[in-house]
Design a protein around this ligand. Structure first.
Ligand SMILES: CSC[C@@H](O)[C@@H](O)C(=O)COP(=O)(O)O
Ligand SMILES: [Zn+2]
Length: 218
């Protein structure tokens, strides 16, 4: 069964909302980023951003529906995001995922490079970890980091190997983050929580260094 017009329009409208919210935060520099919302599981179909668009704007040609092989369901001149395979990996790995968002920010890039040696970034005891749906006291989360392979099937395979249901995100080295959730509301909350944690940690390292330098020079 294929997605109905009503389901498509609902997914496109939700993508518009998420896209404009993230665009206001400058989370799509240089046309980077891609977003998807799942329409159905069996067979898998999801709405995804078209490749190379200015994601700070709305147009009638912003999204298309693709299948489990990341191929357009309808005849169209639009090209799905170059990274559609990664969205497909997320939906196939976690059938409860309903939306998947990808952004490039300075903070997620800095953290991905700083901790690439460990292939993971861990943080503990931050209130915003609850924004990831993890409510345990003094929780510690670990976000995997993969190499930024130019070959997207390779990148998608590497991501498939490291993503877990416990932490809804993966960093790509010097590239960006993929995060997901049960629906667009949850995926947005996860993305905001991750970005807060990355920025907090990077700024904390800077401030700590500044304090150490002042105390050692005085
Ligand atoms: C223009 S830099 C970003 C791209 O290389 C890619 O990483 C990206 O996020 C957007 O690709 P797109 O094909 O528009 O979905
Ligand atoms: Zn990207």
């Amino acid at each position: 069964m294929t997605a109905t017009l009503e389901q498509r329009l609902d997914a496109f409208r939700r993508l518009d909302d998420a896209k404009l919210t993230f665009a206001r935060r400058d989370w799509f520099p240089g046309t980077s980023g891609n977003l998807s919302i799942k329409i159905q599981n069996d067979p898998l179909q999801f709405a995804v951003t078209a490749s190379g668009k200015d994601k700070t704007k709305l147009s009638p040609e912003d999204y298309l529906v693709v299948d489990q092989d990341s191929r357009p369901v309808d005849e169209t001149t639009l090209k799905p995001s170059a990274e559609t395979l990664i969205h497909a990996v997320v939906y196939k790995s976690f059938p409860k995922a309903g939306a998947c968002f990808h952004v490039h920010t300075v903070w997620n890039n800095l953290i991905s490079e700083l901790y690439f040696g460990q292939r993971a970034f861990s943080i503990q005891g931050q209130e915003l970890i609850k924004g990831l749906g993890i409510w345990e006291e003094n929780a510690r989360i670990t976000v995997p980091i993969v190499e930024n392979f130019a070959d997207i099937p390779t990148l998608a395979t590497e991501i498939e190997k490291v993503i877990t249901p416990e932490v809804p995100g993966v960093l790509i080295r010097n590239h960006g983050i993929y995060t997901w959730g049960g629906n667009d509301f949850e995926a947005k909350r996860h993305l905001e929580a991750f970005e807060f944690l990355f920025e907090y940690h990077a700024r904390w390292l800077q401030l700590r260094q500044a304090v150490v330098s002042t105390t050692t020079t005085n």
